[in-house]
Design a protein around this ligand. Structure first.
Ligand code: URA
Ligand code: SF4
Length: 229
């Protein structure tokens, strides 16, 4: 199979250890994105955190520094979390895809972000699922379409599904035919882990109506914050 699965640690003990997962992810060659990127950018933050935030993929600065959400989108996210009353100690941040995908500007040095395709999202998903199994957060916040699709499938739409608590699908059946059938059926109040979708902080940075977009992001994060056990 062409995905991250063969690169995950072999033993259940190591798979249940964030540090072991992180070390293993550093050597992942589960899709072609490792070839041009600087390094794997694994999740970071509080292992006891009750909220896991899932972005799309590392950006230019994240790729250089090896940490998620340390560039402009990360600064905006930090501000929004603070405004929503969510403490850093309650947060783990990661991405649906763990290598930076980019193209070079013709003749230039600038690296332009490219959205990962469905194959790359699927290939990288074992890392995200492994992180979530260990963390067992109260709420998984998906930031934008890529993260939403990674966990809820290709029919996910931010505009339709943002801002309300949904059940987190069973991590063991995500990506299988069983998962497609389950989607949307369950009562979110009964799920151990909820999922809340919102816009990606980069979408705020790009928007014309930046203030309204930012306010919407903060509102959504407040809903996630209120759902903490
Ligand atoms: N955008 C993301 O989705 N993730 C990061 O880590 C940085 C920017
Ligand atoms: Fe592995 Fe994910 Fe990087 Fe692809 S993007 S090489 S699956 S860590």
């Amino acid at each position: 199979s062409h995905d991250a699965e063969p690169f995950l640690p072999a033993t259940p003990e190591e798979r249940a250890d964030l540090g072991a997962l992180r070390s293993a992810a550093a050597g992942c060659q589960g899709c072609d994105l490792y070839r041009n990127a600087t390094q794997t950018v694994f999740g970071e933050g509080s292992p006891g955190g009750r909220i896991a935030l899932v972005g799309e993929q590392p950006g230019d600065q994240e790729d250089r520094k090896g940490a998620p959400f340390v560039g402009p989108a990360g600064r905006l996210l930090d501000q929004a979390l603070e405004e929503a009353g969510i403490e850093r100690g309650d947060v783990y941040v990661t991405n649906a895809v763990k290598h930076f995908k980019f193209k070079r500007q013709a003749g230039g040095k600038r690296r332009i972000h490219e959205t990962p395709n469905a194959g790359e999202m699927r290939a990288c998903r074992p890392w995200l699922l492994a992180e979530l199994r260990i963390l067992e957060p109260d709420v998984v916040v998906v930031l934008g379409a890529t993260a939403g699709k990674a966990l809820l499938g290709s029919s996910f739409r931010v505009t339709k599904q943002r801002g309300r608590l949904l059940p987190l699908p069973d991590l063991e059946t995500i990506g299988t035919p069983v998962a497609a059938k389950e989607l949307g059926g369950e009562d979110p109040s009964k799920a151990d882990t909820r999922l809340l979708a919102t816009i990606h902080p980069s979408a705020v940075l790009r928007a014309d109506d930046r203030e309204a977009m930012y306010a919407g992001l903060v509102d959504d994060l407040r809903i996630a914050g209120r759902a903490l056990a």
